[in-house]
Design a protein around this ligand. Structure first.
Ligand SMILES: C[S@@+](CC[C@H](N)C(=O)[O-])C[C@H]1O[C@@H](n2cnc3c(N)ncnc32)[C@H](O)[C@@H]1O
Length: 267
């Protein structure tokens, strides 16, 4: 197994930061080496330093950089994580004017569990009336996983039993132990790539609710403020922004009002 020198670690984390905005600290050297190992071998360059050199010099194909981004981002997520937000969403839906489309954005959707959890609540409260969910993520691999809507049952521990019955199909035979989100729900949820550190795709509409959870933790305060400002531009005037419970927006001095823990409205 090849090792990653400190110099190569610095170069690859600088490159990763320039694309994603995420700063990986010095304590992540072993983690980065471990994550790059298989990619390097698959690219026919098992020597990690040489592999990094190729990336940094721009001598690797563009898809190689996409693979590196996919490997170095942390995609941990599960259904109905931080359930207070879903309770808040259900309460807001009760008072939403009938006939007006309700739009939800999962702005760092990872493998899609957050977007589908929101869709389950929307379908439960609003039925077939007008609503849509859009999920976006930096990682192409995560977007593809989200589009499939196929998960291990273990990821669904927090899905209310009634929702499991209505919105998830239990795998049988070779698919034992997995679940597939029903086609009806999948058709209401769209996923695409978007980098929160860059200009957002122009086709994104304005949203009633934006989930921006467990992604700001990776950025310094300047980058956090930039991201939140960019995301806020897509919030309807009465819309709300949900952030992760471990992420404070207070030091950023943004024109946002705290409505409850990790729930914000435009200030
Ligand atoms: C830990 S997951 C959070 C998933 C979900 N929001 C949740 O709270 O469970 C963080 C996600 O942020 C994505 N991400 C990281 N940097 C990003 C960026 N610059 N633009 C868009 N997504 C990004 C990662 O690819 C990853 O899927």
């Amino acid at each position: 197994m090849s090792t990653l020198s400190s110099k190569a670690f610095e170069s690859v984390t600088r490159l990763f930061h320039s694309v994603s905005g995420i700063r990986l600290g010095e304590n992540k050297q072993a983690l980065v080496a471990g994550r790059l190992q298989r990619l390097a071998a698959e690219a026919g360059e098992p020597d990690l330093d040489a592999y990094v050199d190729r990336l940094v010099r721009g001598n690797a194909p563009a898809e190689e950089m996409t693979r590196v981004i996919d490997r170095l981002t942390t995609n941990e997520t599960y259904f109905f994580r931080e359930p207070q937000h879903y309770n808040d969403l259900a309460a807001r839906l009760e008072s939403h004017p009938k006939g007006q489309e309700f739009l939800v954005w999962s702005a760092a959707s990872s493998s899609g569990e957050e977007a589908y959890s929101a869709a389950m609540v929307l379908s439960d409260v609003l039925g077939a009336s007008a609503w849509r969910v859009i999920g976006t993520d930096l990682s192409t691999a995560m977007v593809e996983t989200a589009q499939r809507g196929l998960y291990t049952l273990e990821r669904a521990r927090m899905v209310p039993p009634d929702y499991l019955k209505r919105f998830c199909l239990k795998g049988q035979g070779p698919h034992d132990g997995s679940l597939l989100i029903t086609r009806e729900l999948r058709e209401r949820v769209r996923f695409q790539t978007a980098n929160l550190m860059q200009q957002l795709p122009s086709e994104l509409p304005k949203f009633d609710v934006i989930f921006l959870r467990n992604v700001l933790i990776y950025f310094d305060n300047d980058a956090k403020a930039q991201i939140v400002r960019r995301v806020m531009q897509l919030l309807k005037p009465q819309g709300v922004l949900y952030t992760g419970h471990a992420e404070s927006l207070a030091p950023l001095g943004l024109p946002l009002r705290s409505l409850a823990t990790a729930i914000h409205g435009l200030g």
